[in-house]
Unconditional design. Sequence first.
Length: 269
Amino acid sequence: MRIDGSGTLRASCVLCPNPGPMTLDGTNTWVLREPGSRGVVVVDPGPDDERHLERVARTVQEQGAQVYTALLTHHHDDHGGGARYFSELTGAPVRAVDPAQRIGGDGLADGEVIEVDGLELRVLATPGHTADSVSFHLPADDVILTGDTVLGTGTTVIADPDGLGAYLDSLHRLRDLAAETDARALLPGHGPICTDPLARLGEYIDHREERLGQVADAVRAGAATPAEVVARVYAGIDPAVVPAAEASVRAQLAYLARRGDVPAEAGGA
């Protein structure tokens, strides 16, 4: 299991104690800082957990540094539910794609380069898990922060009902970037660091294609609703994650219907 403080020269993790079926061992709050500089970027402050947020702020202060800005990979509460309190603690603005999640800060544009006291991050739009999901490329460390687009273990939920096509595009984009830059690690929003990005992204793409085939087969075998597809394709999963599986199935059915692999009414199930 990954431990606090793991990461790279410029990125360290403060793990939030919010473990669960959807969060694995907790939310990874990433603290980014150029060596020797004062300015810090925090990616995903975490949920509304005062002790965790205060711990992140204290960790930065003990380094003689200051949070210049906080960035959200997407709008889910386990990543940004505590952003307002964190902004109050540190005085830092919070930037996000979703305007409702911004606190005194701007949005995040695809391809934008964020510069903070010598640190450079490139924003990558990676929708699919949610419509507002982004990743961040940290070229100086040859790593990519992936939020919930790619997890340290297991696969992510497609919460956006129309998001599977976009998600596959995002995975291919990340794989292309990892190949072009010879990325050495993925820093996820949950779970351990992935030190073989190309293999991991390839597994994610293959898994999605395999799962699409299984869902299509389930529909042809008579499954008429997302719940019935889940019962056939995801048999034996933890009951706590059944709603998430059904959300992913809805996205898969919509994608398969657009592709003509299942009847249109299945895509609207």
